[in-house]
Design a protein around this ligand. Sequence first.
Ligand SMILES: [Zn+2]
Ligand SMILES: [Zn+2]
Length: 310
Amino acid sequence: MKKTLKNFILVIMLVFSFASITSNIFNTSVVVSAKSNVSISAKKLTLLVGKKKRLRIQGTRKKIKWSSSKKSVAIVNAKGTVTAKKEGKATIIAKVGRKKYKCVVTVKRKHTHTYKRTVVAPTCTSEGYDIYTCNCGNTYKSNYIPKINHIEVVDVAIKPTYTQTGLTEGKHCSVCGKVIVEQKIIPRLTPSEASNVECFIVNSYKTWKPGSSYKEYIEYAVDPVAIEKEDMGNDKFKTTITVNLVVLHKTQNAPNTIKGEWLFISDGHTAGGGMYSVSDVEEGEIRQVKFTNYDMTPGNYRVTFSSYFG
Ligand SMILES: [Zn+2]
Ligand SMILES: [Zn+2]
């Protein structure tokens, strides 16, 4: 019956506050919740025989009735002051209206502490100390030693590739895991960075005069000067190779035009190339020539040169 009435009042209160008819309704509910906020100053207490400690009940002005579950161990007076009588445990109860608030009191015998020393070594996260413990539970610490240094472990660098990002070298502590030097992400290599292009050259090349039975020729050397790679977007790059063609020797009736072929080879497959022709050359002359290969996919390339008939 009582519960039903309470619920009924609560419903009325909710209706009123929702309707905002009066703010007093809301204030009333605050008082209700404050009333239930009663507490005891300690739920556990350890006292030596003969010692006193006052317990308090906060949050009420109602009359408090104090009692002890074991008066031989601890007693309590009307003001909540607990007196320890002999070794053991007792529960002190404060009765406020129908509610009970409890504090478990442990009473210990007066004795001279006998401490046992335990050494706690310092780590990189906490200082070291000696801890002294009596079997009554009393402890204290002394002889503090500062924290030790972190144990550094190298996190090896990872080189980036065309498909995966890399990491710079880092350091962390193997004990606590603290990052000492952060590893930074190295971006993926671009197609040109991920690719290797090299020239394969032989001692010398010859452009023969047709029909001369290999007797009339221009002999020249290919001397690579620069290999430039440039990214083109869409996972492609281009390579420009600059070479010096050094005219080593010309026979009497040799042609005066150097002709040859250049090829880009990747994994045994031709991946570009073409013919080159340099006219009006003189013995001892050096001619600079550039070859450009476009639309190259990342990989390892080798450029070869070969002789031709003029
Ligand atoms: Zn002790
Ligand atoms: Zn550490």
